[in-house]
Ligand binder design. Structure first.
Ligand SMILES: [Fe+2]
Length: 330
């Protein structure tokens, strides 16, 4: 085992390449290893095996979203909880059976430390041609011995508008040159709205065609921020196949299904017990409570608007019962 920059809190501990050409990674008391088909995670009280395609797709979201809101479950056993400054890496913490058997384990890390290790692992374990953000139909496979890399794909910049897409100086609208229309959205109209601003307001008034913008998304299950009003973030995304993580909410999320269909499996956040199945079709609106975890299935590429409240006070207000886990009472 080689340890790089031991006195640096973000130091990545990586081994020399193993038999299959991949580095092992050590993060605190967790150890990560991959071979041709699997990722192996070990901790002091247990070990767990995940298919490498599932593992890399989940890892890609955790890295790109900087640990997102609340819990990112890679599957029913391992994942992360964001404390916004530090991150828990856990095994079995939200799995009743692991907890009862006392095989669950959690370790907290400063965000930069876990972030750098995850980034290094994602880059080392992703081979040429595999894009963890792409739908399975639009990427090569991740299996086999180490063969090249795909750094450009795994370090994609996430769209985060300061005000709104299309505002001068902010995120730009997408064009044929940068983002060709996806094969499943060939019928989406590409016209842009006409803006007639009063003199003097030309740089303050903007509009864009959100459907056209989303039809050109080259990634799946990746909410990007297209408009911001204080803590209110519009985070639309295009979905295809299965959400590669099970997201555990620490606040309410609103979903607006903009096209096609997503089937959601909604479970209790802490135990994983099934709570409901929700099928959302174009035009449907749902509020996902603050105490659930959910995973979506999208049979065809679909457009979903995720409306997030980014207030840093929400998790504590909900945890202490001062705010409800649901958004509205009828
Ligand atoms: Fe969620």
């Amino acid at each position: 085992m080689t340890i790089s920059e031991t006195n640096d809190t973000t130091a990545v501990q990586a081994s020399a390449p193993n038999h299959d050409g991949y580095c092992d990674f050590t993060l605190g008391n967790f150890h990560f290893r991959r071979d041709e088909y699997f990722a192996y995670v070990t901790w002091p009280t247990g070990e767990h095996t995940l298919s490498i395609d599932d593992f890399l797709r989940a890892m890609q979201r955790d890295v790109a979203w900087d640990f997102f809101y609340g819990t990112v479950n890679f599957d029913a056993v391992v994942g992360t909880v964001n404390h916004y400054g530090t991150v828990d890496l856990f095994a079995g913490q939200f799995n009743e059976v692991y907890r009862k058997a006392e095989r669950d384990y959690v370790q907290n890390f400063p965000t930069p430390h876990i972030r750098e290790t995850f980034k290094a692992m994602l880059d080392d374990w992703t081979i040429e041609g595999f894009d963890p953000f792409a739908s399975p139909a639009e990427t090569d496979k991740p299996f086999g011995v180490k063969a090249g890399s795909n750094t450009e794909a795994v370090t994609r910049r996430r769209v985060t508008a300061a005000r709104m897409v299309g505002v001068p100086g902010d995120e730009e609208i997408r064009t044929d040159a940068t983002h060709p229309v996806n094969r499943m959205f060939a019928d989406v109209a590409q016209d842009e709205p006409t803006v007639e601003a009063e003199p003097g307001f030309e740089d303050r008034v903007a509009a864009f065609n959100l459907f056209a913008y989303l039809s050109r998304s080259n990634v799946t299950w990746n909410p990007s921020v297209v408009s911001v009003c204080k803590d209110s973030l519009y985070c639309p995304t295009t979905e295809e196949y299965i959400l590669p993580i099970i997201h555990g909410n620490d606040r309410v999320e609103w979903f607006v299904q903009l096209s096609d269909e997503i089937q959601w499996v909604v479970e209790d956040r802490d135990t994983g017990v099934l709570r409901s199945k929700v099928t959302m079709r174009a035009g449907d609106v749902a509020a996902m409570p603050g105490d659930i975890r959910h995973q979506g299935y999208s049979p065809k590429r679909s457009m979903l608007l995720v409306w997030e409240n980014a207030s840093g006070e929400l998790p504590e207000l909900i945890r202490t019962g001062k705010a409800p886990v649901y958004p509205v009472e009828f």
